[in-house]
Structures are given as C-alpha cells and as structure tokens.
Write a protein that binds this ligand. Sequence first.
Ligand code: RFL
Ligand code: PHB
Length: 393
Amino acid sequence: MTTRTQVAIVGAGPAGLLLGQLLSRAGIANVILERQSADYVLGRIRAGVLEQVTVDLMEECGVAQRMHREGLVHEGIELLFKGQRHRIDLPGLTGGKTVTVYGQTEVTRDLMAARAAAGLQTVYEVGDSVTLHDFDGASPRVRYRKDGQEHEIACDFIAGCDGFHGVSRASVPKGAIAEYEKVYPFGWLGLLADVPPVFHELIYANTGRGFALCSMRSPTRSRYYLQVPLEEKVDQWSDAAFWDELRRRLDPEARERLVTGPALEKSIAPLRSFVAEPMRFGRLFLAGDAAHIVPPTGAKGLNLATSDVKYLSSALIEFYGERSSAGLDHYSDRALRRIWKAERFSWWFTGLMHQFPGEGPIAQKLQEAELDYLVNSKAASTALAENYVGLPL
Ligand code: RFL
Ligand code: PHB
C-alpha cells in the first residue's frame, strides 16, 4: 500500500520526535518510522543535561510544562582533582546561563505523549525493514514492513533521525560522504539508583583510578558513571563493586555522604567522536546521532540533536511557506559549524578528565596542572562554562 506525506522521519528518538512535533505545529504532514517499540525507546537511559537551546525547543513544541515542574536548574558544576572539588559558576561566567537536569527518557516521554494526543502517526516496531529510495530525485520513497505487510510512503523529504547505527546514513553512496572518527580506549559504566544524589550539583572527577561522574535525575534518583576499560563486561560489575570503586574516586566529604542502593539499570557505553559530512544528500537530511557522535563528557549529544532539528525544521517550514530552498541548501553547513565546536569541546574535556592507557604518570600531572589553571583563571573557566551551557545557535 502506498500512502503520501510531506516529510518521512526515520527514528523516534529525541531528534525524530522533536522534528515531528515542530513540523506538525507548522502544518507540515509527517510520519515517523521506528525500529523498536515505544517502551524499548523509553527504557534506554541516556542523556541528563539540557542546554537552554533544548529547553527553548521543548517550549516551542508545547511540551515544556512537566520539564519546568520537575527539571532541576543547575547553576554550577564541580570539578574534582587531586582530591579536592572546585566549583564552576555557570551563570556568573556566562551572563546568567544555566543548564537543566531532566532525563532524555522524560523528554522522549513528553514528546511521545504530545504526538499521541495530537493523533499523529508513529509506526513502531518496523525492525530493520526500512529502505530509502530515490532521494537523489524529486520524489523520494520509504518502504517498510509492519505485521507482515509491505508499505510505501511517497514523500517530499526524508529526515534520517535514526541514530548512529541507523539505515539513513548507510543508504548514501560511499563516495558521497566523508566520515571523521576517533574511538576512545575506554567506556563509561553507568548506574541508575533510587538514592539521593551525593551532591546537588554534578561532580566531574579526574583521579588516578580513572574518571567518575556524579549526576542525577531527581532529588531521589542518582546517575553515576565510572571510566572502565573497553573490554570490561557489565556483568563483571556487581552493585557493591560499582559503589566501592565510585567511593574510591570521590573526595573525602562526598565519600562520606554517598548513599548506595540497588541498581535500577547498569550499562557500559563506548566513547566515540564521529562526524559525517555533508548532512544532506538530495532530499535526504541527517540529524542527531545519525550524523555525529560526541563522547558524553561534555553532555552535548542530545543538545546537538536538538540544534540540528531547530535548523532543519526552520528550513522545511521556510520551504513550504515561502517556496524557498535557501534554508535547506544551508542546513548542512549551518549545523556542522555548531557540531564541530561541540566535537572539539567534548574531545578536549574527555582528554582532560580520563586516564589514557599507556600514557604514564606525566599525563596525570599535566592534566592536574591544566585543571589547576582552569579553575583559577577566569578566562579558562569562562571558556569551559560557555561551552558547557551551550554555544549560541
Ligand atoms: P537516538 O536517540 O539514538 O534515536 C534514534 C532512533 O532511531 C531508531 N532507529 C531506527 N528506526 C527505524 N529504522 C531503522 N533502521 C532504525 N535504526 C535506528 C532507534 O531505535 C532510535 O529510537 O538518536 P537521536 O534522536 O539523534 O538522539 C541523540 C541522543 O540520543 C544522544 O546524542 C544522547 O543520548 C547522548 N548523550 C548525552 N547527550 C546530552 O546532550 N547530554 C547528556 O548528558 C548525555 N549523556 C548520552 C549521555 C549518551 C549516552 N550513551 C548511552 C551513548 C550519556 C550516555 C551514557
Ligand atoms: C547524565 O546524567 O547521564 C550525564 C550528565 C552529564 C554528562 C553525561 C551524562 O556529561
């Protein structure tokens, strides 16, 4: 069966759902195809920190009420090194800017609820059946299989919002895409637990035993991460072993205050820097993790997905409203300028905070010297703060 829409969106992560919402509000018809079930998408524990750009976009989508009620506005982060914590005052260094701690799961849940309430179409559980056709011409099509039935969507544009392992980028002819990649020699072991956070702000810790991060989802739910070797498996880590190792990487006060409890979720994420250029191939546009990955140290991944969507939705709205393709023609260059700066920041902050195997004790000393400079130089801490809260669109 063939149906028609204006924009076919592949992927119902934050990028796809935000794009769908912004387009629908502008009267542009769209369908979202998602490999997994809605519950599976909501079960993935990922980002926790929203830049103002993302908060603003949630408002523009009309889905910001719960985020404003339950989200935690953070005015600082703590850098822990040589056993001591140092605060970075975000608004003081950036002319009043803050970040909001509100889980990606909740962002996704709010967007899914708004989409369902507006009666907009999301086709879940299409598995690996999606294929993209004719996006180098004027009439692209997307095919998929659902419940044993073949479907085809004829559309004006395809938005590839299907993450790093999605089908969209993989459908582009090899020579048409340049890929830049760095894989880091360690991963993050994350643990979610219903215990009060060790501190009311995030703690980023540089230690001789490796990086640690103390984050949260609410005043009663904590999210912690430990740098672990790449080859480590999550079942090698009992909850007790995790808490033990985290304690060792904290300062004495935090160690004392840490409240432990059973893990609700535990997983290992690899760290990668990746950019695909350009982000447009004819009538196929990539957005979010489909086009780029950052290591999570800078908390930029979800926020980059939202800035891509802001640029792409504006360009599509301009196309349908004014019949101008200027915005679409500039989309890739415009998005990549912001992406490369976030890639640089995330790479730099990862390098500053982690232990790199084989680099020897001088690396630790140099990191400590840079951190000492960073927290004592207004210029250096301003550079950190303005990147952390997010560069302007
Ligand atoms: P997603 O969220 O991966 O969504 C893509 C969706 O596409 C679906 N899909 C397909 N659908 C149909 N057909 C196919 N062939 C498909 N292939 C895939 C997938 O099932 C999925 O539902 O990408 P999107 O929307 O671009 O969003 C990107 C963000 O999810 C990601 O950048 C962030 O989670 C990164 N990230 C963080 N970002 C932040 O801004 N702040 C943070 O604090 C932060 N912390 C993190 C993070 C990522 C982490 N991990 C696990 C990688 C912490 C961690 C540990
Ligand atoms: C998180 O809470 O999951 C989180 C917070 C900050 C980061 C990365 C992840 O830099």
